[in-house]
Design a protein around this ligand. Structure first.
Ligand SMILES: Nc1ncnc2c1ncn2[C@@H]1O[C@H](COP(=O)(O)OP(=O)(O)O)[C@@H](O)[C@H]1O
Ligand SMILES: [Mg+2]
Length: 310
């Protein structure tokens, strides 16, 4: 795991900063949605050239000052190029006088402070189990580069692929079984998020990440919470409309793959309803009951209204 001296010399250094550990505050649910103002205060206090490691998610890291070096691992980027925020991937080496060296693989996502407070806050909520059964990458800290740019760090997971890559992959697309399992996972994941009062808004296929080699199901990791919100303060009708919005965005994003040359199966619409829709409906009912539910029949009509290439 530890990078050899020559590898360190060959790699592209992404950052070299002083690291401290802290506990970031959880966002609160307010009448307006998520209140991340306390998180924002913590983030603006991170000085240029420092990294605050999140003790909640990185136990075992003491409060001692450490040096953190992050070296890019270009291979980690494969299948992860479609990133609007130039997410980088690398190996982080923490060196402390008393504890020696620790190496971790990380994803580094640069964001402006207020966006970061929201995204890091929602990531924290999900990672601490506040949205039951929902998963995301483990948030491990916030760094600020010498030029003032802040970035959030998450623990890198290697075998996962975003759902657009799974649907786009021509070797996989012929395998009905893989596509169906992926659609089943999407249905379960969206229903779990919705039943836990979470709205994704940017619920496109590339923001859902899954390891297709997992035998039966496997967890889907949700990413990209810039626009995420909560339905906890909404009326039932309003919440249901917003859930339909998330489902519509996912369905449109999967049909959108046809524009980039992906040949979706002939009966993709049938499978969206029969697999994704059924999985969504039964999972939502299982967790939250019938109130505010979007049924497989509702999902069939969203599918029917979604434009496909002629
Ligand atoms: N910790 C991580 N481990 C593995 N892959 C990651 C990690 N964080 C992000 N990714 C990958 O990088 C892609 C871009 O990340 P995302 O948070 O969606 O940023 P953007 O806003 O730039 O789209 C995601 O689709 C995901 O596959
Ligand atoms: Mg994204």
């Amino acid at each position: 795991m530890i990078l050899s001296k020559s590898a360190r010399e060959a790699g592209i250094p992404l950052a070299e900063v002083a690291a401290y550990s802290t506990i970031f505050p959880m966002p609160r649910r307010s009448d307006e949605g998520f209140d991340t103002s306390e998180m924002l205060q913590h983030i603006t206090a991170v000085q240029p050239g420092t990294l605050k490691l999140d003790r909640r998610f990185l136990p075992g890291i003491s409060e001692l000052t450490t040096l953190a070096e992050i070296i890019e691992v270009p291979d980690h980027k494969k299948t992860r190029e479609a990133s609007k925020h130039f997410v980088a991937f690398g190996q982080m080496l923490l060196t402390s006088k008393d504890e020696g060296e620790t190496a971790l693989h990380v994803a580094l996502k640069p964001l402006d402070d207020s966006v970061l407070a929201h995204e890091y806050g929602v990531t924290n909520l999900i990672a601490s189990g506040e949205v039951p059964y929902c998963n995301t990458f483990r948030p491990i800290g916030v760094a600020r580069m010498y030029d003032g740019q802040a970035a959030m760090l998450t623990m890198y997971r290697h075998p996962v692929r975003s759902m657009d890559n799974i649907l786009l992959n021509p070797e996989l697309i012929d395998e009905q079984e893989i596509v169906d399992r992926a659609l089943d996972r999407v249905g379960v994941t969206l229903a779990t998020a919705h039943a836990g009062d979470l709205l994704l808004v940017d619920s496109v296929a590339r923001n859902m990440v899954w390891d297709p080699s997992t035998k039966h199901s496997g967890n889907v990791f949700l990413v990209d919470f810039e626009e995420a919100g909560t339905t906890h303060q909404m009326t039932m009708d309003e919440a249901r409309t917003r859930r339909i919005g998330d489902l519509t965005t996912f369905i449109a994003s999967s049909y959108g793959l046809e524009k980039v040359g992906c040949e979706l199966p002939e009966d993709f619409d049938v499978r969206l309803t029969a697999v994704m829709g059924e999985a969504y409906e039964s999972r939502f009912r299982q967790i939250a009951g019938n109130a505010g539910i979007v049924t497989a029949t509702d999902i069939a009509s969203i599918v029917a209204q979604s434009p496909r290439l002629p």
